[in-house]
Design a protein around this ligand. Structure first.
Ligand code: MN
Ligand code: MN
Length: 455
């Protein structure tokens, strides 16, 4: 069904609400890409998936996952058809905008200890001050042991935060443009204020180091090999008096990651091999070994073909890529009633109207977009309409207003047929993003239908 409110289709909302409880748990536990991968492995193993390293050959019905540096996961259900006929892929990113701890982060100033950060991805810096924040991530020590850090989410934990100037002294600050109201270098996290008694120099910092030594057995120099992120503290919550929405950190793009993952986990017998690809680094350009531009995806597919067919050849891999279909499962900008002016309302995504297809993203003259084939869109309309699934089409805002990108073009560059399809989000890239529960559920149904029916 095209561009209709999806709530109206349902007599009761039990299934929608129950599915979203699972999603809220996933979102609350998965506040960075490592944690999302960890959770995905747990869910996958419960559903009968096994690590590819445990297979010596693959046959129809096998369920397998492949990990990349604990930051990407690929999951496959092997189909009845040869892989060279192509596979059906759902690809979402699992990194979200946040603040990363610098390599030499800890300092003392004015009787406070602080951690210096460098923001990751596109943020409005002013949204990250005076809210409760948590620290998550890993510290890898010289001997190779990995210490997991997770402070601020448990209700018995303290939270951290970034200060902002009191209104009484803000007359200069309030004249600044929003982009510079809070400087990138001022996004430093307050972590303590008790001085270590017999320490002369930087006693508050010394006390924090003592705590870190006691609790985690780490030294200041261990920050050199850490990956610690500052993220909003607390769990995702129902939003709205009618509980129709979910408020949380990281819907972009974990809402599409979760629905894509569940779609692959919940389908057993398939004709074409199905795939869910959860990938890192989209918010900074999809580059590096864990971004969508990495060879990891092709390498994993090569391995899959070599375990499934008698004679592996590069041609078989190329044929598989060319014959594959992909939904680049990424979020879209939902219409905000308080900011209608940035949208062209006939071509905008509305919360509650189902999964959103972006034929193209990009900015200015569609710069940097993957412009999906109308032949592909027609097939999608056909299979979704047969299953009575709600969908809509959209652009990201008015033509000259800005824009955005996804991983769609990267897989398109591998000669695959790709379109962007995901959930509409309000407050995108803020510490509290909003999605509609019915869209989450409709996206899941749409992804499942695509995996089963697209050929
Ligand atoms: Mn995204
Ligand atoms: Mn994003």
């Amino acid at each position: 069904m095209y561009s209709k409110n999806a709530w109206k289709k349902y007599k009761n909302y039990d299934e929608i609400f129950a599915f979203n409880e699972d999603y809220k748990r996933f979102l609350s536990n998965g506040k960075n890409e490592r944690l999302v991968v960890k959770e995905s492995v747990e869910l996958a193993e419960k559903a009968g998936f096994k690590n590819i390293d445990t297979f010596t050959s693959l046959k129809s019905g096998d369920k397998v996952y492949v990990l990349n540096r604990n930051k990407n996961i690929l999951l496959f259900v092997i189909g009845k058809e040869s892989l060279t006929k192509g596979i059906n892929i759902l690809g979402a990113h699992i990194d979200s905008p946040r603040l990363d701890i610098k390599q030499n982060p800890l300092y003392e100033n004015s009787d406070f200890a602080l951690l210096d950060t460098h923001y990751y991805g596109g943020i409005k810096k002013y949204q990250w001050v005076t809210i409760p924040l948590a620290l998550i991530g890993v510290v890898v020590k010289k001997d190779g042991t990995t210490v997991e850090i997770n402070i601020g989410d448990d209700k018995n934990d303290p939270v951290l935060g970034i200060s902002d100037l009191l209104i009484h002294l803000s007359s200069d600050q309030l004249q600044k443009k929003a982009a510079s109201v809070i400087d990138g270098e001022k996004l430093d996290v307050t972590v303590g204020s008790i001085p270590l008694s017999d320490e002369e120099k930087q006693p508050v910092k010394a006390n924090i180091l003592k705590l870190l030594k006691e609790k985690y057995d780490i030294e200041e120099e261990d920050f050199l090999s850490c990956e610690i992120e500052v993220v909003p503290a607390g769990e995702s919550r129902d939003y709205g008096l009618d509980r129709s929405m979910v408020a949380g950190y990281g819907h972009d793009d974990r809402v599409c990651a979760f629905t894509s993952l569940r779609a692959v986990l919940d389908l057993n017998e398939v004709n074409r091999t199905t795939c869910c690809y959860l990938v890192d680094k989209e918010e900074v350009g999809s580059i590096g070994a864990t971004g969508a531009q990495s060879r990891f995806f092709e390498n994993a597919l090569a391995k899959l073909i070599s375990l499934s067919e008698d004679n592996y050849s590069d041609l078989k891999l190329r044929e598989c890529l060319t014959n594959s279909f992909m939904l680049s499962s990424d979020v879209s900008a939902g219409v905000d009633p308080l900011f209608l002016e940035v949208n062209e309302l006939k071509n905008s995504a509305y919360l509650g109207r189902g999964i959103v297809f972006n034929k193209y993203t990009g900015s200015r003259g569609k710069g940097g977009c993957n412009d999906a084939m109308p032949e592909f869109i027609a097939k999608l309309r056909n299979i979704l309409d047969k299953e009575n699934i709600n969908y809509q089409t959209a652009e990201i805002g008015k033509v000259d207003q800005g824009g955005g990108g996804t991983i769609a073009y990267i897989l398109g560059n591998l000669d695959m047929t790709v379109i962007d399809a995901g959930v509409a989000v309000l407050n995108m890239h803020s510490p509290m993003e909003i999605v509609s529960k019915v869209d989450v559920y409709e996206a899941y149904l749409a992804y499942k239908t695509f995996l089963k029916e697209m050929k």
